[in-house]
Write a protein that binds this ligand. Sequence first.
Ligand code: DAK
Length: 258
Amino acid sequence: MGYIKYEQKEFIGVLTIDREKALNALNSEVLTELNAAIDAIDLDATRCLIITGAGEKSFVAGADIGEMSGLTKAEGEAFGKKGNDVFRKIETLPIPVIAAVNGFALGGGCELSLACDIRIASENAVFAQPEAGLGITPGFGGTQRLARTIGIGKAKEMLYTCGRVKAPEALQLGLVNAVYPAEQLMEEAMKLAGKIAANAPIAVRACKKAVGDGIHLDMDSALVVEEKLFGSCFETEDQRNAMTAFVEKRKPEPFVNK
Ligand code: DAK
C-alpha cells in the first residue's frame, strides 16, 4: 500500500497514514487504502490499534481540498459516505483504537481522531474543524462526534468559528486524554496500548461494545446491553483463569482471548 503503513508489534497494530508531503491529507486513494488496511487487521492476533500520521508536523490535515474543490453535490455526498463508512468501521472495530495525534488534526483529521476510542496528543497538536471557512460542513461525522465528545456548546463554537484548539486546551476540553512531548508520543501510545492488551481481550471488547451500543440508549435499555455483554464473558477461559487465580491468591496466566 502506498499511503498506509501497518506494523504489528506483538498484540498491538500501528497504522500510519503516510502522505507526508500533503500533511497526510485524506484523498480518495488514502481512504480506499485505509479501508483495506482496517479490513486486513487480524483481530485474533491484535488487541489494540494505534493510528498516527507520518512525519512530525501532522496527524491528518483534513480531507484533500484540491480533490474536493470541483465536486458536484452528488460526488460530494459520495465522498462523504466513503469517509463516513471507513470512520464508522474504525469506531465499531471490535478492538480499542488509540489516535496518537502528532500535529495538525484539522477537518477530516480531527474527525478521524474522534472516530477512535481514545486520543492522546503531542504538545504541537492542533485541532480544528475549518470546513465552514471552506464553504462546507464537516462531512466525516464531525458535527456528531465532536458534540458528543466535548459537549454541544464548545463543539458549536469550534464548528462556527473554525477556531484552532491547541493541545493544552484540547486536554482541558477532554478532546484528548493526555499530552506528551512529541518525541515521547508513540512510546506513550505503545504503553497505553500495552496496558489494554494485557487485559482479557473478550472483556475489553465487551466494554467497547457496551459503551458504543449503550451510549445513545435510555438507561434501562443500556443496562440490558451491559447485562448481556457481562453474561457473555462467563465460561470463557480468561474469566475462569483470572477469577480462579484471585480466589487462589496467585497471578493469573496470561490471557488467551478464549
Ligand atoms: N488538502 C490537500 N492538501 C493539503 C491539505 C489538505 N487538507 N493540507 C495541507 N496540504 C498540502 C499543501 O497544499 C501543501 O502542498 P504543496 O503546496 O507543498 O504541494 C503541503 O500540504 C504543505 O502544506 P502547507 O505548505 O500549507 O504547510 P503550512 O505549514 O504552511 O500549513 C496547514 C499547514 C495545515 C495549516 C495548512 O496546510 C492548511 O491550512 N491546510 C488545510 C487545512 C484544512 O483546512 N483542513 C480541513 C480540510 S476540509 C465532506 C466530506 C469531508 C469533509 C467535508 C465535507 N462531505 C462530503 C460533505 C472534510 C473536510 C475537510 O477536512
